[in-house]
Design a protein around this ligand. Structure first.
Ligand SMILES: [Mg+2]
Length: 218
């Protein structure tokens, strides 16, 4: 875990979903693979050719952006796949309940944070419907006050719109929010520039530890 910044007044925690609320490298990679397989099919090339083109694009993008990384949704945009199409593909391809199970420790953590007066917002590059299925599979669906998905702003993190929208729907200023996620370039960098706090986690195990230092600081 890496704590980049904590606001003096904290009202809302913005949680990334995949790789943050659960740790499951197989399922995380499967989501990427299924989407790339669909893109390869649409473009009439092999999966390996598509992987190679995406890797080349990511290298060029990083070279032009000081080594930073962007999301798969934004990479797909560059290959002519609209965010609306990405939403449809993900809704068709992803089945969270087949790979995830209830997480009592996560639920306890979120309950403890809520009891201390914090609101929870989910900010994910998956569609809202997939977010709800994921939260249900983890048995934490009722823990979130706000859910911002790929089809809320039709913009993919690290675009700033989803972060701003989550703060707005939570009734908070950016300066009262903390973004918590597993990818610095996607989940933390932009929120810090918006004046939010930022906590980079290695997975849900780090999220379990957040209640300790946040409720202690309330
Ligand atoms: Mg993530």
């Amino acid at each position: 875990m890496n704590i980049y910044s904590l606001p003096s007044k904290i009202s809302v925690l913005l949680f990334d979903m995949d790789g943050t609320l659960y740790t499951n490298p197989f399922y995380a990679q499967l989501q990427i693979d299924l989407a790339i397989k669909r893109l390869a099919h649409v473009r009439g090339i092999s999966l390996e050719e598509m992987r190679g083109e995406i890797a080349d694009y990511r290298r060029r993008w990083a070279d032009a952006h000081n080594g930073r990384k962007t999301s798969l949704g934004n990479v797909f945009l560059a290959f002519g796949i609209s965010i609306e199409e990405s939403v449809r593909w993900r809704e068709e391809l992803y089945m969270p309940s087949a790979y995830l199970s209830p997480d009592p420790a996560l639920r306890e953590t979120l309950e403890r944070l809520k009891t201390s007066g914090l609101k929870h917002a989910l900010v994910t590059n998956n569609p809202v419907s997939i977010a709800h299925k994921t939260l249900a599979a983890l048995d934490v669906e009722g823990m979130f006050d706000v859910c911002v998905g790929l089809d809320t702003c039709y913009a993919s993190k690290p675009n700033e719109s989803p972060f701003r929208k989550a703060a707005e729907l939570s009734g908070a200023q950016c300066a009262e929010c903390i973004s918590i996620g597993d990818r610095f370039d996607v989940d933390i960098d932009v929120p810090l520039k918006l004046g939010m706090g930022g906590v980079l986690v290695d997975g849900v195990e780090d999220v379990y530890g957040i209640a300790g230092f946040l409720t202690g600081s309330q």
